[in-house]
Design a protein around this ligand. Sequence first.
Ligand code: FAD
Ligand code: NAD
Length: 467
Amino acid sequence: MATYDVAVIGSGPGGYVAAIRCAQLGLKTAIIEKYNTLGGTCLNVGCIPSKALLDSSEHYHQAKEQFETHGIKLNNLAVDMPQMIKRKREVVEQTVGGIDFLMKKNKIDVFHGHGSFKSTTEINIAKEDGSTETIEAKKTIIATGSKPSSLPFIEIDKKRVITSTEALELQKVPKKMVVIGGGVIGLELGSVYQRLGTEVTIVEYMDSIIPTMDRTMGKELGRSLKKMGMKLLLSHKVKEVSATSRSVTVKADDKKGKEIELKADYCLVAVGRKPYTDGLGLENVGIATDERGRIEVNDHLQTKHANIYAIGDVIKGAMLAHKAEEEGTLVAEQIAGQKPHINYLLIPGVVYTWPEVASVGHTEEQLKDAGTPYKVGSFPFKASGRARASMDTDGLIKVLAHKETDEILGVHMCGPRAADMIAEAVVAMEFRASAEDITRMSHAHPTFTESFREAALAATDNRAIHI
Ligand code: FAD
Ligand code: NAD
């Protein structure tokens, strides 16, 4: 039986990063993945393919809506959906191929098959050809991720009632799509199809889209999405979804209890994801899951067995690729005897719509609830020369700072390139910068990042220059 210092079950961003870091630290490492390709949800059916389609659809949308104003004329502009999907697949293939290379480079043994615990140190691997193999590992890292969740009365037939996975593979631009859930997946994939010409209706249970983010962000993004033609039905409770072979009907009640009925080609169910532990044999090692199906871990990400860890979407916390990566690194370094730390407050959240939304730290609502004295500075992109030059004037940057100490407590951006710009806020907050610190740093002109400095100026005695 092959013996390892560490076995990692699951090869998503949590698992493959944990495996690489273990190998870098001199540990003999194996990784087990039930699918034929490595990379997990993120690389195969999540972050990477969705961003490929977001970029393609945004190029089309810009060509259609903005090029003429820029002085560029195009004839016969059209969407070639099969080509768009083909390019997306190629991006995925290249990216997962890169993980194969990294496994070889780091001398990590890759096992393709379904991993399950036989005991706290033995893992059974059931392969596609029906054969099985058992390996022994001193430590195991569970990184089995998550799957789409649904509502009890919805049957996901994967044909008309679909999840994100199927929405990334449509071969034709639908006429109409209903999206249940105005969270990250609903708005990102809803944007892809709205830009390509689909009439998209988002049905959200709460009174705001992206309801867990700072409320200003939902308002700002909502305005832009509506301008694009997307319909947002807030405070609506879906109660029935029925499908035929060609269409789907969604019934929901509005805030006052009045029923509405929507007909569409597809209904995308995007109401969250659930941890995935099916067939993992947790019962063989006495590891229980909580009421939401998550594996319980302590601050060191250890389960009830000190030699079995769990990371990423399968445990508590934000279901984000970079959160899973941080946890993979943390566990590997702990196993190697180091004392790493994760500052969970400073894990940024991003929505890759256009404008993009990006946040780090506390929301204004959280500061209010906690009774923390704070001040707000914001700056709209319509006052930015760079944003006017690129026709990206929607949105704003909001800086929340402590009223007495001026320490930055939260930064929320809705605007062009917010996904990349949030890194500056993360660095600033990691070094516990004050709003004034940001105002004293030179930001190249003209850039979108100047708007962060302006928002920090606004938070520092209302000193914004350009508004
Ligand atoms: P996963 O990536 O889910 O990987 C788990 C792996 O374990 C899978 O490959 C699975 O096959 C394997 N596995 C499970 N059980 C077993 C077993 N018993 N034996 C062997 N293998 C097993 N996050 C971001 O940060 N940014 C984004 O832009 C983003 N976009 C997203 C877009 C979509 C459409 C979706 C669905 C998700 C997106 N996410 C994004 C979330 C991100 O994909 C997840 O947070 C991330 O993949 C979690 O990583 P993980 O390693 O915990 O698990
Ligand atoms: P989500 O939690 O972001 O959004 C789900 C939305 O559905 C919420 O707004 C919720 O209020 C709503 N909802 C729940 N029940 C409902 C009902 N009965 N009727 C109407 N609306 C209802 O979940 P998601 O969009 O499915 O994404 C799943 C996970 O994947 C998220 O945790 C997210 O972190 C991750 N993800 C991240 C990114 C990114 O980082 N850019 C992109 C995609 C997915």
